[in-house]
Ligand binder design. Structure first.
Ligand SMILES: [Cu+2]
Length: 375
């Protein structure tokens, strides 16, 4: 009898548990647009959002007010010549800034850059999604800074933002050039970072002010390439920063991309030639998600982690990257056509981290038809 009642009790508990589980797991009619929630942002502001819009400063988006990119000859970028145009991921892809070059008496090459931080720009991340980005020289990512190993790099950093910011470079340099403890105040604060370029490879730079997660996730990062003294073989070179945006401040990304704009390279495929060496400097700057990855279709690539060795560590079509992990990918396509590249973490690719290489010497001959991977 006792055994029977305990079995009855167990069965009852089981039935109740299952009923609860079914109740909570079944999809309910929730309209996200009507379901406004409050979020505490990274810096303590409380905002209300449906999860689709986005940022308090962008509630009345003025389409003419967009993040700007400065025209540059690859030297110093002057923010006073700012023109309001949209960030162009095709331009960013192959734009390398070598700085203003001069020679020091001892023969060392000096490369000077001016980098200006701001935190009041609005960018249309995705159609209709306006987000307050924090920028180095007006864009996310900031400019790709490039030097040769042993060059003296001098960064004239100006903080025109409202908050303190810094520039922290990954690489080898003195402690006081690390951009962590020397906060640069907003409203025009200045700091000169100076260090020898090294080691050879591809490195991120980013703001290192607390709360760090927010200063990075808002867009204060870019790529620093250190070339070996004996140059790498000639190639069609490009930079891909894998990034994401948490536009509703719930510490989960709503959008993912290679170079900021979701789906951009799917709708504007990157044209490359058959049998030409392609070299991609890839840096993962996604916050909130522990990993990202990069899968290439119809091909494999030689991969050089951090770009510090001239010998590839692997020949693969898939690498996995944690925060600020980066490397160099090299490959050639034998066959013309249209090839996807994307995160194999499907959530990321469905939220924008997907692109296409259009391979062929005559792109007009390549069929543009096909289904979209997403929007
Ligand atoms: Cu900052």
């Amino acid at each position: 009898m006792k055994r029977f009642s305990s079995r009855l009790l167990f069965t009852s508990i089981l039935i109740i548990t299952v009923l609860f589980a079914v109740y909570f797991m079944l999809p309910k009619e929730i309209n996200a647009k009507q379901d406004e929630k409050s979020f505490v942002t990274h810096n303590g502001d409380i905002i209300k959002t449906t999860g689709e819009i986005i940022d308090p400063v962008s509630e009345s988006p003025d389409k003419s007010y967009r993040v700007s990119i400065n025209e540059t000859n690859g030297q110093i970028i002057d923010p006073s010549s700012e023109s309001l145009v949209e960030f162009d991921p095709i331009n960013y892809l192959r734009e390398f800034n070598y700085g203003k070059v001069s020679n020091l008496p001892d023969g060392t090459i000096l490369r000077e850059f001016t980098i200006i931080a701001e935190d009041d720009k609005i960018m249309e991340i995705s159609p209709g999604v306006f987000f307050n980005v924090w920028t180095f020289n007006g864009t996310v990512p900031g400019p790709t800074i490039r030097a040769t190993e042993g060059d003296l790099v001098r960064i004239n950093f100006i903080n025109n933002g409202s908050k303190s910011h810094t520039m922290h470079f990954h690489g080898i340099h003195p402690a006081e050039m690390d951009g962590v403890f020397e906060l640069v105040g907003g409203g025009g604060g200045k700091f000169t970072y100076e260090f020898k370029a090294g080691p050879v490879g591809v490195h991120p730079y980013h703001c290192h002010v607390m709360p760090l997660e927010e200063h990075i996730a808002r867009g204060l990062y870019g790529v620093f390439i250190v070339d070996p003294k004996e140059a790498r073989p000639q190639a069609d070179e490009m930079v891909m920063v894998l990034n994401g945006f948490d536009t509703d401040f719930d510490t989960e990304n709503n959008f993912y991309a290679a170079n900021t704009i979701p789906f951009y390279y799917q709708h504007h495929p990157i044209q490359i030639k058959t049998n030409e060496l392609i070299r991609i400097y890839v840096v993962n700057m996604v916050e909130f998600d522990p990993i990202n990855n990069f899968h290439l279709h119809g091909n494999l690539y030689n991969y050089y982690p951090t770009g510090t060795s001239t010998v590839p560590s692997t020949y693969t079509d898939m690498i996995t990257l944690s925060q600020t992990e980066r490397g160099i990918m090299e490959f050639k396509y034998d066959y013309p056509g249209k090839y996807l590249f994307h995160a194999h973490k499907v959530e990321f690719s469905e939220k924008g981290w997907v692109g296409i290489f259009l391979v062929g010497d005559n792109p007009d001959q390549i069929s543009q038809t096909g289904i979209d991977y997403g929007n």
